[in-house]
Design a protein. Structure first.
Length: 209
């Protein structure tokens, strides 16, 4: 079963408390999403492989370490996932960015792919799927499905807030995918919103409500 990693770093939790506040405006909300994503990226990449290199400083050679092994790709689920990209790319400038757009079919209630664009070498990369909210888990499961169908082997999922129902759905469908969150909330309400959550992340990032 995949592991759920909950980040309790004081800076992440402090920023999350402001993010949840209904009085936080669009500009500050958008900035906080990026900042939290950056801090979460720092924590989630703690176990990346490194290799030893010798660097010539102005004084003497130094034994240092650089990232080795597979490269990374960041894949936001549109549209709210876009809010997390800049913060993560600022930490990993060499990462490539793919995009997955999904909507829910009103009749079948199943996620439908309307946009899918990945780096050409995505199968050679470790992929981090990002979306601020993991509610029912339907979109996350579908996004991971599409990546696996494309041949991606190593996938992580990063959400700022998750509901237990969404975590369970991802774990059932993709037990090999580790989940990284800043908070695991109480439950979903009858409308599929996370309680206590923070409302609709996309609307609050882009000021559409």
């Amino acid at each position: 079963m995949s592991k759920v990693h909950i980040f309790d770093h004081p800076l992440i939790q402090h920023k999350l408390s402001i993010l949840r506040d209904k009085n936080t405006g669009v500009k500050e909300f958008r900035e906080l999403v990026g900042e939290i994503a950056m801090l979460m990226c720092y924590e989630a990449t703690r176990n990346l492989a490194v290799e030893e290199v010798i660097v010539e400083t102005p004084v003497a050679p130094a034994r240092c370490y650089r990232l080795s092994g597979k490269k990374l790709a960041i894949v936001p689920i549109l549209r709210a996932g876009l809010g997390m990209v800049d913060g993560m790319v600022s930490m990993i400038p060499s990462a490539k960015v793919g995009h997955i757009g999904l909507y829910r079919d009103p009749k079948t209630l199943q996620p439908v792919k309307y946009y899918y664009k990945m780096p050409q070498d995505v199968t050679e990369r470790d992929v981090i799927v990002v979306d601020p909210m993991l509610a029912t888990g339907g979109s996350a499961v579908a996004a991971i499905d599409f990546l696996k169908q494309d041949g991606v082997k190593r996938i992580m999922l990063m959400n700022i807030i998750a509901a237990p129902e969404g975590v369970a759905a991802v774990q059932a469908a993709h037990p090999d995918v580790d989940i990284y969150v800043a908070a695991l909330d109480e439950k979903l309400n009858d409308h599929g919103y996370i309680i206590p959550g923070l409302g609709d992340a996309g609307d609050r990032i882009f000021g559409t409500k």
